[in-house]
Design a protein around this ligand. Structure first.
Ligand code: ATP
Ligand code: ATP
Length: 576
């Protein structure tokens, strides 16, 4: 159904092809998962199937790509639309209508399907993806995950023979991701739909794949095989595979179920080794809650790049030791927020202290982004109070606010306006009234090798996140908020982010991150707050809150339950 014959793609201005010698086939009725580290060219391969590469992106495609017999170099995306449905990384930028129902119907309208068929399929898809309560909503008011569900629904309604999906579950909560993947599997099994999907969170998707296509490194040949064969050699792999390698299990388990069957001996070896109040930082010597970062602390920067996956200590974030503080960085009391007719938050009470890393979790639309936006003053409380650094953020002048709290939004590009990295940094220094060069020094520490002249648009997803983080950190806000910071990041980039945030927390910053990435929460969070329909339904140590939740438990904790392990790193440490 999809055939690549010795394909290479070279973008305009690039010295080398981004992908080369790509030769593979996806048979009808199979789900093939495209796997590889960030920047190896997965989106480029997917784009060559839908025709976006090279028709929209520019550049040169050599070799031949055919989809259902049509050559994508001679057929524009429009001429492939009846066979290929595509979901890209950023749903909002692809929406063409204003409301959920219209968006679900749009693809069918363009294909001229009869109104009765369109009506039936819209209803089916609303039910299938849990979108019925949102059918009349404006797309712009939906939460990130709700938008991603609409984007997926809108490519399903025309019943294309081929689906091309670029990180389709990146904004979905774990349960929604399972539901969407089960729907895809049904289409593959029952209707013979062919699916090619790239995804970084392999723990979510590997068990649904018939085959894995692996791009192991930039410029390397694409290899294809069964998921088990490819995971044995892949440089990126989910925690279940990591644990399997550590324990020497052969064949490697790909699912929690496989691993649980093998884990008896490992559980025996680990019995009694983990402290009851297990927390990731505790395993490494405990969190270091101190006072908030001293305003006059040194800005030590510089240093060479770290080895991906082994975060080095970052000098830039060391602060002078401050005495233990009982200070509250933020206080939220009886907070409720209504947005249009939606109760986005209800009766929230919470306190944030220096040195805490808090993961905010919950289903799509639970109110996580709204809470972060309220803490940073973008949304005002409908009732109740919010105090950050002793003042209500929505009434604090921006110049003062940036020194109390900073938010890295779901789309880091929403924070970046300038044409170059250097200009972005000059603006950040000015906004934060920081010494000239402060932001640039942070960028150097986070992104060694990025040139001043690079346009933020040309940075990779992970690099853009790092720049946005540097912009926010320029003002040294005691409270750092991050909304879904691991979208588009591979495991190595995630490990670097974990290293950085751990250092910031140790330096006394409080960190709150909204995330669906249960593995990230397991590695990083001291405390987890679960939201449901705008209310806090659990608030406590990560080990307690997430290990007891079937949806939010990380793989290792499911495999080794009833013992409360969170990460493979903890197990590795205990065994050694
Ligand atoms: N339109 C474009 N013009 C120029 N270079 C591009 C373009 N699109 C992608 N690239 C470059 O091609 C390389 C591969 O990018 P691509 O997005 O295909 O990788 P990826 O494996 O999908 O990465 P990720 O997992 O981060 O999404 C990157 O270095 C990227 O900067
Ligand atoms: N401007 C708005 N008008 C109406 N409703 C809104 C608006 N913004 C958000 N909402 C609704 O408020 C609720 C909470 O949204 P929020 O973005 O805080 O959820 P979330 O937990 O961050 O979701 P996700 O995990 O999908 O990102 C959702 O039901 C959303 O549709």
């Amino acid at each position: 159904m999809i055939r690549f014959e010795d394909v290479s793609v070279t973008y305009d201005g690039a010295a080398e092809p981004t992908v080369q010698g790509v030769d593979f086939e996806v048979p009808e009725g199979e789900l093939v998962l495209l796997v590889g580290p960030s920047g190896v060219g997965k989106s480029t391969v997917l784009g060559a199937v839908s025709g976006l590469v090279p028709h929209f992106t520019g550049g040169t495609l050599r070799g031949r790509v055919t989809v259902a017999g049509r050559d994508t170099r001679t057929h524009k995306p429009r001429e492939l639309a009846d066979v290929v449905g595509t979901v890209g990384q950023d749903p909002l930028s692809h929406f063409v209508t204003d409301t959920v129902e219209d968006e679900l119907a749009y693809g069918m309208e363009s294909l001229g399907l009869p109104p009765a068929v369109m009506r039936r399929r819209v209803e089916e898809t609303l039910d299938l993806l849990g979108l019925a309560p949102l059918r009349d909503r404006s797309l712009a008011t939906l939460s990130g995950g709700q938008q991603q569900r609409v984007a997926i629904g809108s490519v399903l309604t025309p019943h294309p023979e081929v689906l091309v999906l670029d990180e389709p579950t990146s904004a979905l909560d774990p349960a929604a991701a399972e539901e969407v993947l089960a729907v895809l599997q049904r289409l593959v099994h029952d209707l013979g739909t062919t699916v090619l999907m790239a995804e970084h969170r392999l723990e979510r998707v590997i068990q649904y794949a018939d085959q894995v296509a692996l791009l192991p490194a930039p410029g390397a040949r694409l290899r294809m095989g069964t998921p088990a064969e490819m995971m044995a050699e892949s440089p990126v792999y989910p925690p279940v595979v990591d644990l399997g390698r550590l324990a020497g299990w052969d064949p490697l388990p790909l699912t929690v179920r496989d691993a649980r069957r093998r884990a008896g001996d490992l559980r025996d070896q680990l019995a009694g080794r983990i402290p009851k109040d297990n927390a990731p930082a505790a395993a490494d010597g405990g969190p270091a809650p101190q006072g908030p970062p001293a305003p006059d602390h040194e800005t030590e920067t510089g240093g060479a790049g770290g080895n991906p996956g082994t975060p080095r200590r970052r000098r830039a974030f060391r602060t002078r030791p401050t005495p233990p503080a009982t200070v509250h960085i933020a206080d939220v009391t009886a907070l409720s927020v209504r947005r249009a007719h939606v109760h986005a938050l209800r009766h929230i009470d919470l306190t944030v202290r220096p040195g805490e890393t808090i993961a905010l979790m919950g289903r799509n639309g639970a109110g996580k982004s709204t809470l972060l936006n309220t803490l940073v003053g973008l949304v005002a409380p409908s009732t109740g109070t919010v105090q950050v650094g002793g003042a209500p953020p929505h009434r604090t002048p921006p110049r003062d606010l940036v020194r109390r709290v900073g938010l890295v939004p779901q789309e880091p590009r929403d924070l970046l306006y300038a044409d170059t990295v250097a200009a972005e940094c000059r603006a950040a220094d000015k906004d934060a009234a920081a010494a000239p060069g402060t932001c640039r020094a942070l960028v150097t520490d986070l992104l060694p090798g990025v040139s001043d002249d690079t346009h933020p648009r040309d940075l990779s997803e992970g690099q853009r996140l790092a720049l946005a983080l540097a912009v926010v950190l320029t003002a040294r806000p005691p409270l750092l908020l991050l909304d879904e910071p691991t979208r588009g990041l591979d495991y190595a980039a995630k490990a670097r982010l974990v290293g950085l945030l751990t250092d910031l927390a140790a330096a006394g910053h409080a960190i709150m991150l909204a995330t669906h990435d249960v593995e990230l929460a397991a590695e990083l969070a001291h405390r987890v707050i679960l939201l449901a329909e705008g209310e806090v339904i659990a608030d406590g140590p990560a080990a307690e809150v997430i290990t007891s939740s079937p949806s939010f438990a990380p793989q290792v904790s499911k495999i080794l339950a009833p013992q409360r392990w969170l990460t493979v790193a903890q197990v590795r440490k205990a065994l050694s």
